[in-house]
Design a protein around this ligand. Sequence first.
Ligand code: B12
Length: 206
Amino acid sequence: MFRPVALLVVLAAALLAVPAAYAVRVHVRVEGKTRTIFGAGDPVLDVTSPRANALPENALDALETASAVGEFFYHVTQTGFGPYVDQVGRYGSAGQTGWVFKVNGVSPPVGADQVKLAAGDTVLWYWAQFGAAGGPKTLVLRRTGRCYTALAQDDAGKTAPAAGAALRVGSLRTVRMPNGRACIGVHRGLLVRATLAGAVRSNALP
Ligand code: B12
C-alpha cells in the first residue's frame, strides 16, 4: 500500500515524464480578399505548437489554431525558404498577390514558422496585392467614447491617419472619415470598422 508521501513522489515523477503542452494567448485575425475570414474583433486564442521541431508557438501556429477554431481552409507548401502559406480560404497566391502576415503591426522579414509569439501579441494574416509601391497598408481602428480613429499602418508598423477612410456601421450605414476620424451616435449591437481603397480593412469594434 502507498503512503501519502510515496504517492506524491510517484505523481510528481509522472508529471515530469509527460511533455508539457505549452500555449500562448495571442490575438488572431485573418482578412481575406473580399471579407474577413476569421476574428473581426481580434479574439484571443490559445495557440499551441503541433510540430515537434518547429520554433514553438509561432505565427504559422496562430493560423493553424485559427483555422481549427474557425473551420476555414488553408494550405502550406514547402519552398526553398521554408513553409509557405499559398492559400487561405478561397483565394490562393498568384503573380504579385498572396498571403502575408504581421505581428503587432510589423511585417517580419522571415517565414511565419520563424516568428515566435509572446503572450498578448496580435497576429494578422491577410490577402495582399503587391505593386510598384509595395504591399497594402493595414487599417487599425481605435475608439474613444463615441469617436473612432482609423490609422493606416505600413510594413514597419508606422501609422498615419487614414484620411478618406469610410466607417462602416453594421452592414447598412457608412460615415466618412475625412481626417481618419468620425464620431457616431448610438449603434447598439452593431460592429464598426474602417475601410479604405487599397488598404486592408480594420479590426471591428462595438
Ligand atoms: C513575390 C514574393 C512574394 C509574393 C509571392 C506571390 C506568389 N505568387 O506566391 C508574396 C507577396 C505573397 C510574398 C509573401 C511573403 N514573402 Co515574399 N517574396 C517574393 C519575392 C519578391 C519573389 C519570389 C519569387 O517569385 N521567386 C521566383 C519563383 C519562380 O521562385 P519560387 O521559389 O517558386 O518562389 C516562390 C516562393 O519564394 C514563395 N515565397 C514568396 N515569399 C516567400 C516567403 C517565405 C518565407 C517562403 C517560405 C516562401 C515565399 O512564393 C514564390 C512564388 O510562388 C521574394 C524575393 C526574391 N527575390 O526571392 C520575396 C521573399 C521570398 N519573401 C520574403 C518574405 C519574408 C515574405 C513573407 C514572409 C512576408 C510576410 N511578413 O508576410 C510572406 C510569406 C508569408 C506566407 N504566405 O507564408 C523574403 C523571405 C526571407 C526569408 N529568408 O525567409 C523574401 C526573400 C524577400 C526579402 N528579401 O525579404 N512574397
